[in-house]
Design a binder for this molecule. Structure first.
Ligand SMILES: NC(=O)c1ccc[n+]([C@@H]2O[C@H](COP(=O)([O-])OP(=O)(O)OC[C@H]3O[C@@H](n4cnc5c(N)ncnc54)[C@H](OP(=O)(O)O)[C@@H]3O)[C@@H](O)[C@H]2O)c1
Length: 220
C-alpha cells in the first residue's frame, strides 16, 4: 500500500527541484523534449534499503532481544553503509541497541503513544517513519540523511523487516555460516531479489565464522 505513495513524497524539495532541473535541462538540451513524468517521479523517490545479518541455516536474526553475532568488520560495514542516511527500526531493536546510532537520523516505530527516547524520532507506523525519513529538517537538527537522502535504511528487527520488505528495492545481506538458534527470523526474500550486484566471501578470525556479503536488488 505504500508503494503507490512513495512516488508522491515530495517533502525533500530542494534536492527534488535540483534533480528536476537537471533532468529538464538534459532533456531540453538533448532534444528529448519535456522529461517524462514517470522519470521525474523515479528520480525524486529515495530508495528503501534493508541491512541485515542472517544465519545461513534458517535466516535467524536475533535471540532474547539480542543479535546472534558480533562480527567487527560487519558492524563497520553496517556503519559505513548507513552513515548519513535515515535509519528506521522497531522499538525492540532500538532498545537492544540502547542509544541512537550516531551520524544517522534514528527513526523508531512503536505503538506506544507514551514511548520516549532522547535523540530519536518516534513514530507510530511504518508509513510515518518513511514520511519522516524524507522530511527536511533545519541544518542544526539534521543528524544526517533526513530530507534528501537518496537511500533510507530499514535496520530491523523481524517485525519491521517483514512489513518493510515489500517496499524495499535493495538488500545488503550478511549471511553467516551458522546454525545458531534464533527466536526472530528474516522473511523470505529469495523470489523477489534475484539480482546480486556484489558478493564477497569472508572469514572472521575472532569468532571463527565464515560469512558472505551479498547485495541484492529487487527483480520482481
Ligand atoms: N541480525 C540483524 O541484522 C538484526 C537487526 C536488527 C535487529 N535484530 C534483532 O531482532 C530482534 C528484534 O526484532 P523484533 O521483531 O522482536 O522487534 P522489532 O521489529 O525491532 O520491534 C518490534 C516493535 O516495533 C513496534 N512496531 C512494529 N510494527 C509496528 C507498526 N506497524 N506500527 C507501530 N509500531 C510497530 C512495536 O513496538 P511497541 O511494542 O513499542 O508498540 C513492536 O513491538 C532482536 O533480537 C534484535 O537483536 C537483528
Amino acid at each position: 500500500m505504500f508503494c503507490g505513495e512513495q512516488a508522491k513524497w515530495s517533502g525533500f524539495a530542494p534536492l527534488s527541484v535540483f534533480r528536476y532541473l537537471t533532468i529538464y535541462v538534459y532533456c531540453k538540451s538533448s532534444a528529448h523534449g519535456t522529461p517524462p513524468r514517470d522519470m521525474v517521479k523515479e528520480m525524486q523517490r529515495p530508495k528503501i534499503g534493508i541491512v541485515v545479518a542472517i544465519t545461513s541455516k534458517d535466516a535467524a536474526i536475533g535471540k532474547g532481544g539480542k543479535l546472534l553475532f558480533h562480527i567487527s568488520d560487519d558492524l563497520k560495514r553496517f556503519k559505513a553503509i548507513t552513515k548519513g542516511h535515515p535509519v528506521i527500526m522497531g522499538r525492540k531493536t532500538y532498545e537492544s541497541i540502547g542509544r541512537p546510532l550516531p551520524e544517522r537520523t534514528n527513526i523508531v516505530i512503536t505503538r506506544n503513544p507514551d514511548f520516549k527516547a532522547e535523540g530519536v524520532t518516534i513514530v507510530h507506523s511504518l508509513e510515518d517513519a518513511l514520511k519522516k525519513a524524507t522530511t527536511p529538517l533545519p541544518p542544526l537538527l539534521n543528524q544526517g540523511g533526513v530530507g534528501g537522502g537518496d537511500e533510507i535504511f530499514i535496520i530491523g528487527g523481524g517485525e519491521i523487516y517483514a512489513q518493510a520488505l515489500p517496499l524495499c528495492e535493495k538488500m545488503r545481506l550478511t549471511i553467516v555460516e551458522s546454525d545458531a538458534e534464533g527466536d526472530v527470523f528474516f522473511p523470505d526474500w529469495r523470489a523477489n531479489f534475484t539480482h546480486e550486484t556484489f558478493r564477497e566471501e569472508r572469514f572472521d578470525k575472532k569468532t571463527g565464522l565464515k560469512y558472505v556479503w551479498s547485495d541484492l536488488e529487487r527483480t520482481t
